[in-house]
Design a protein around this ligand. Structure first.
Ligand SMILES: [Zn+2]
Length: 169
């Protein structure tokens, strides 16, 4: 990397808007007040949060790493809890035509579908998702997550990693 290159440029996706599934880990169980949604017990383990950014997708994913204040989305409350560790995300371009809720439900089916906080991240959901956050006690990998869609790519902002979709490798 040259001095002129900013780190965020090195891991910016090739598209600006789309879906993401953010993977994080809690290293210890936590009780977390999730804004107005309520107080929930989050067990130690792995969390998969599905969201959508119409633009600035990479920045949105990066926000989940660096956030310390101005909590806005439900995931912000969990991502800033003690013992919370961001792992990475998969991202899918808007042009892939897959809906946020369909992706969320695929993730739920593939990773066990445990819902620690009903309604989490699903305030705007009109498709009957129990939440847009799933929990898995068993470890989850980004590569396993990327198998849910042929256009899914892996994004790890802090590590500067941007892996293109697997089918293009
Ligand atoms: Zn939904």
């Amino acid at each position: 990397m040259s001095d002129q290159q900013k780190p965020e440029e090195s891991c910016a996706p090739m598209f600006d808007g789309g879906l993401y599934v953010f993977l994080m880990r809690l290293t210890e169980p936590q009780s977390v007040q999730v804004g107005a949604l309520g107080l929930f017990e989050f067990p130690e383990g792995w969390y998969l949060y599905t969201g959508r950014a119409k633009r600035g997708l990479a920045k949105r994913v990066e926000r989940h790493w660096t956030l310390k204040q101005k909590l806005r989305w439900h995931i912000d409350y969990l991502a800033t809890a003690a013992g919370s560790e961001p792992v990475g995300a998969i991202v899918i371009p808007e042009s892939a035509g897959i809906s946020e809720c369909f992706l969320n439900q695929l993730i739920g089916q593939k990773f066990g579908g445990q819902v620690p906080a009903p309604g989490f991240g699903a305030s705007d959901c009109r498709n009957g998702c129990p939440a847009h956050l799933y929990f898995s006690r068993a470890p989850v990998s980004l590569l396993a997550m990327a198998q849910v869609h042929p256009e899914a790519a892996v994004l790890i902002p802090q590590a500067g990693i941007w892996e293109p979709p697997l089918h293009k490798l």
